[in-house]
Design a protein around this ligand. Sequence first.
Ligand SMILES: [Mg+2]
Length: 363
Amino acid sequence: MILHIDMDAFFASIEQAINPRLRGKPLIVGSRGSKMHTVVCAASYQAKALGIHSGMPSREAFSICPDLEFVAADQAKYIWTSEQIFGFLKDYNLPLNYASIDEFQLDTSGVKNPVSLSKEVKEQIYANFNITASVGIAKNWLLAKLASKLNKPDGLTLINDSNFEQILQKASLDKLCGMGGKTGRIFMDQGLKTCWDLYLRFPGFFNENPGKFEEINAQPKSMSHSYTLPKAENNPQVIKAWIRLLSEMVGERLRQQNLVSRTTHLWLSGPEIGGFGAQTTAQITTNDSYEIYLRCLKIMARMPQKAPKIRALGVSVSQLSLRNSSSLLIEEKRREALIKAFDQINSRFGDGAIYPAQVAFIK
Ligand SMILES: [Mg+2]
């Protein structure tokens, strides 16, 4: 089982833990120091209860609640706390993944009782850091992450075979990673409202492999995302859209961990081709999703059949290394800045707030 540990209103909770005067009060953390001219980058649960949320202009937040407490974001403090929590979790000696500044994943395969371990982790985090975390437990990271969101704050949610249907029926689609933005809207426009609706239409979506984490502190050797279509498909636009989406997911994970890759691997399977898999290794390393997608298209062009029916596809990257230098070329710098802005918007407004328009072909 995977434990997904998501800190509750992380930045705001840290500020409240440090400063007792702010505890129990509606509070926003602004991305800049000027109170009225910034964007809310975190809201305490007391502020959330009033309808204030991240991404909202601070002026609007103050019009809802004039007595709102305000603190300017202090990244160093949040990164430091995040590293402390990571260090604490490392002591469990289980494969551990640093998913984002306020999200961590433990692979508890071999642990007898993941629920009691989760309780202990939550208690210890509260005892050590005076902030709460919500934990989701499930067979893979996608479901575990969903579970962590369902009973916030201070939640503990297990998804197993016996409650899978019941929980997915109650979970609105936008709770699922990647379904917060445009991609989610494409599915909602087709009448899919809950995660269960998505499961009935695309059962393969939830069969994501458990996502083995590498040994602590070791760099992962590869990263992959795969998908099984509900039926074989030979519309190249639809197939390319899925490859693009999977490339986006892989690229985002590389960038989150500050990694680049040299080798891209694409595999496709379908009734006529059976399985087709090939890879390409480039001189230049990348973590640019679009570049990964272009490399996949080159691989696809090597397939002997033209436009065969495809039932399942997967994109993976390997030969990973730490991205340690910034580009010197102006064009590359511009592209890096664009990707960074893209990731920041997605992390502020929820995964998938922005996706390439091409993904809209997934219907
Ligand atoms: Mg969080």
